[in-house]
Ligand binder design. Structure first.
Ligand SMILES: Cc1cc2nc3c(=O)[nH]c(=O)nc-3n(C[C@H](O)[C@H](O)[C@H](O)COP(=O)(O)OP(=O)(O)OC[C@H]3O[C@@H](n4cnc5c(N)ncnc54)[C@H](O)[C@@H]3O)c2cc1C
Length: 378
């Protein structure tokens, strides 16, 4: 049986980044993935992800995202590939919107650049937007868009160059703690690691079950779609990425990058799924196109052109929509990175670094207290 210092079960957004930070320190690292990352089976495809620094989900996230931004820029430099586009991010909502209030407080607490704009100013500055009078918006000029698949490819190349081993198309079938280490079973071989990172995205519940741990993780079917849009209004050199908090729903989207059209998705809702039985055809449900088209027709009508393409992807939700980054309560040699609840990609670089610290030192320089799994299993 081959032995490693650390084995990573799931080399996607979080796992591939962790693999790089481990290998860079000379840790003998084996990364196992069920497919060939980046790929379209999990949570990281569809070209782009928004990175916001002021954080409506909680100001505690700001130090983590600022470190993540630094690490993305370092990776971009090392890889010599464009990974980050500083489009700015516009967050809009009703005047009493708690998300926007928290976002503004987080910007104040960490002195982040933020412009607060009334509806009329928004509609004048971006004529492609029709914001109602009782809404307002916050523009974060320093935030923007990450090219998610290129980020994973870059981490993969850098991790391999630093000495990590990657086995693709090698699903982990079960995990058995073995003294102070872990035995990892796959269809094609068995490996022993002194430590293990469990970062299998929507498949974490199945692998956690083999470790006797049940966490409230809910894989959810999500879709995104690209629509033909007036390039004069919505191209990335003049239009920001955006998040709209409506009274009962939340939409996010991207300017038209390289004339691909405006990409848009609905953040709230979605149906609970078994990731092995996922309906992967975009358009299988009327709401796949209907929801986002209705949003565009109301708030960005010149971006509601023909449907160019659609994708089906997976969120893995926790009940409070905060992440789980922690050691297994019974097996401290196992670190779990799970439940990124549809907003994790922007943090993947920093989560990878934090996980590498937990795996090598048993603790992290990051404050990970809000991501403790004990909130679900005490
Ligand atoms: C449509 C959509 C839009 C999003 N938009 C944003 C956004 O704008 N900003 C943002 O920050 N976040 C966003 N997110 C969320 C973000 O993409 C996810 O939180 C993040 O990608 C989760 O990373 P992960 O490593 O947990 O999962 P993944 O990246 O899916 O990685 C898990 C890996 O585990 C592998 N795996 C699974 N089972 C096994 C097994 N048994 N053995 C070995 N390997 C296995 C998979 O093949 C996969 O490569 C979005 C997500 C979706 C779906």
């Amino acid at each position: 049986m081959e032995h490693y210092d650390v084995i990573i079960a799931g080399a996607g957004s979080m796992g591939m980044a962790a693999g790089y930070y481990l290998a860079k320190q000379g840790v003998r690292t084996l990364m196992l993935d069920a497919w060939d990352p980046p790929h379209t089976m999990g949570s990281h495809h569809g070209d782009t992800r928004i990175i916001r620094h002021a954080y409506g989900e909680g100001k505690q996230y700001v130090p983590l995202v600022l470190r993540a931004q630094e690490l993305w820029l370092e990776l971009q430099k090392a890889a010599g590939t464009k990974l980050f586009e500083q489009t700015g991010v516009l967050s809009a909502g009703p005047t009493d919107c708690p998300f926007l209030q928290e976002l503004r407080e987080s910007a104040r607490a960490y002195s982040l650049p933020l412009e607060v704009l009334q509806a009329a100013e928004v509609n004048k500055r971006w004529p492609g937007i029709l914001l109602p009078d009782d809404y307002y918006a916050c523009l974060e000029p320093s935030s923007g868009v990450l090219y998610a698949e290129a980020c994973i490819t870059s981490y993969r190349e850098q991790a391999l160059a630093a000495g990590a081993r990657l086995l693709t198309n090698t699903p982990v079938t079960s995990l058995s703690p073995d003294g102070a280490g872990v035995i990892v079973h796959t269809a094609s071989g068995t490996y022993r690691g002194e430590r293990l990172l469990l970062s299998a995205g929507a498949w974490n519940p199945a692998l956690l079950a083999s470790l006797g741990l049940k966490l409230p993780l809910v894989p959810t079917r999500k879709t995104v779609a690209w629509f033909g849009a007036d390039e004069e209004l919505y191209s990335a050199d003049r239009f920001p990425a955006f998040i709209f908090n409506l009274e009962e729903s939340m939409y996010y989207g991207f300017p038209s990058i390289d004339q691909a059209g405006v990409k848009i998705g609905r953040h709230d809702g979605g149906i609970e799924i078994d990731p092995d039985q996922l309906e992967r055809t975009f358009g299988a449900f009327l709401s796949d196109e209907g929801d986002v088209r209705a949003f565009l027709e109301t708030y960005m009508p010149q971006a509601a052109g023909p449907l160019r393409q659609g994708r089906v992807c997976i969120y893995t939700m926790t009940p409070d929509e905060h992440f789980i980054i922690d050691r297994h309560p019974d097996y401290p040699q196992i670190v779990i990175a799970a439940g990124f609840s549809g907003h994790g990609f922007k943090f993947a670089s920093a989560v990878g670094e934090a996980a590498s610290e937990l795996l090598t030192r048993g603790s992290s320089t990051y404050d990970l207290s809000m991501f403790s799994l004990r909130r679900f299993c005490d």
